[in-house]
Design a protein around this ligand. Structure first.
Ligand code: AMP
Length: 180
């Protein structure tokens, strides 16, 4: 049973590393952004609300987020653990999240490098406008950096330099995870 959290700004390489870890460790990878994007397709008041919020690059309210993520993680496929990307994103989410966390991997990349990477990749995501991306980075500094400190004080944090070769970063993460 292994519960990993990936934290980093958009463009830090969370989904790349999440998928590599998932293959290697044989535990599922999931991202809160992906869950919300799927739900935002629904033509319901909640679907429309999620879509508007995401397109603005704003955060979904904590209570709603926690409810949705915990319900999702209750599915049997996550019973043996998971690699979760994009959640918790605020201290409140981290405090209330009742599933437990083994290690939190912070993929550290500068804003400049992240923006450079994002601008160089093709995207079919409606919420990947420059304005939404900048907003997400701004919110990361304001709300998610305290989450990093929170897990740091619990001794669960692994900080990894994300401005390196994909394989090098991956090996670094594995060393930390296996030392658990
Ligand atoms: P991401 O794919 O992680 O960049 O997430 C895309 C969007 O989904 C964000 O801009 C938020 O609107 C929403 N979102 C994802 N995860 C969370 C979260 N933990 N708390 C609040 N909103 C979230």
């Amino acid at each position: 049973m292994l519960k990993l959290i990936l934290i980093g700004i958009q463009g830090a390489g969370k989904s790349t590393q999440g998928n590599l870890l998932s293959q290697k460790l044989d535990i599922p990878y999931l991202s809160s952004g992906h869950i919300f994007r799927e739900m935002a397709k629904e033509k319901t008041p909640l679907g429309r609300f999620l879509k508007e919020t995401m397109n603005a690059g704003a955060l979904i309210p904590d209570d709603k987020t926690i409810e949705i993520i915990e319900e999702y993680l209750a599915k049997p496929e996550y019973a043996k653990g998971y690699i979760l990307d994009g959640f918790p994103r605020t201290t409140k989410q981290a405090e209330i999240f009742s599933n437990g966390v083994d290690k939190v991997i912070y993929l550290k990349v500068s804003d400049k490098e992240a923006l450079w990477r994002i601008s160089g990749r093709m995207s079919d995501r409606e919420d990947e406008t420059l304005m939404a991306i900048r907003k997400r980075i701004e919110l990361f500094h304001e709300f998610t950096e305290p989450v990093i400190a929170y897990y740091g004080s619990q001794g669960r944090l692994v900080e990894v330099d994300g401005e390196r070769d994909i394989q090098e970063i991956f090996n670094d993460i594995l060393t930390h995870v296996e030392a658990k």
